[in-house]
Design a protein around this ligand. Structure first.
Ligand SMILES: [Zn+2]
Length: 263
């Protein structure tokens, strides 16, 4: 009996060590896989997801092309700097053009979670549909289709009663290292943080603004633009249109060449 004891204890310890390793690995995986909640302006890159392998291979073999693409992107950004606010995107993403990848005509799936808060009314969902139409009608390759299954949605839109501070909407964007947006969560408030039901025009302009973030647009410093932080209009300005158009002409990804040794 005794001579079986030592191997048994050893085996027991081994099992415990292994179990702990598995638990630790699982925990790390779960932490890494969880998208980090983020604010509108400091949306969080999803660094836990690597670019799909075939893409990575293709990118390596096209290093020269990529360099040229980055050069062309930088030139376009400089050329359009005065008539767009993309500089704000480049600053906030550390020189990454961030947008939905080209889908060759396939639409971005949007789920609108209707209701859920007191004071909600169907017209609020109409404002969101109107907002999506405004971006889609620019003819820059963006197409949206509404889906009811939230698990299949690329963009999820929902309402909350209010934010705890002076804000009426928020968009959390997730994108990968190649600047390709993976998903967006848009939260729209029904009331101000002081409890007042938001007027219709404010709801529409906030919906246009937040869906603008959902397609990857940054803030504008000009109050005539929909993407001005304290948005006052739901009508796309020329700068809004041009910024979205230039964004969707540029390839997603870094615009700066990584210099050897620089991080
Ligand atoms: Zn904003």
């Amino acid at each position: 009996m005794r001579r079986h004891l030592l191997p048994l204890i050893t085996l027991g310890l081994l099992v415990m060590v292994l179990a702990e390793r598995v638990l630790e690995a699982t925990r790390r995986y779960l932490v890494a896989a969880e998208p980090v909640a983020s604010e509108t302006r400091s949306a969080t890159p999803d660094l836990s997801r690597k670019a799909a392998a075939p893409v990575a291979v293709a990118t390596r073999s096209r290093a020269g092309d990529d360099r040229l693409a980055r050069l062309a992107a930088r030139e376009a950004l400089t050329r359009e700097a005065g008539s767009t606010y993309l500089d704000s995107l480049i600053l906030s993403t550390d020189s990454v053009v961030r947008r939905w990848p080209d889908r060759w005509g396939a639409p971005i799936k949007v789920a609108i979670v209707e209701g859920g808060v007191p004071g909600w009314s169907p017209k609020m969902a109409d404002y969101v549909r109107t907002s999506l139409d405004r971006w889609e009608s620019l003819g820059i390759g963006l197409h949206f289709s509404l889906v009811s299954d939230t698990s299949k949605a690329d963009i999820l839109i929902r309402w909350i009663d209010h934010f705890d501070f002076d804000r009426a909407g928020q968009t959390d964007l997730t994108w990968d290292q190649s600047g390709r947006v993976r998903r967006a969560l848009v939260s729209l408030a029904v009331r101000t943080n002081t409890g007042i039901l938001l007027p219709d025009d404010a709801m529409l302009s906030v919906a246009v603004h937040e869906t603008g973030h959902a397609i990857g647009l940054p803030h504008s410093a000009d109050s005539n633009d929909v993407m001005f932080p304290a948005t006052r209009t739901g009508v796309l300005s020329d700068r809004d249109r041009r910024t979205a158009a230039v964004l969707y002409r540029l390839p997603p990804g870094p615009v700066r060449d990584v210099i050897e040794g620089e991080r």
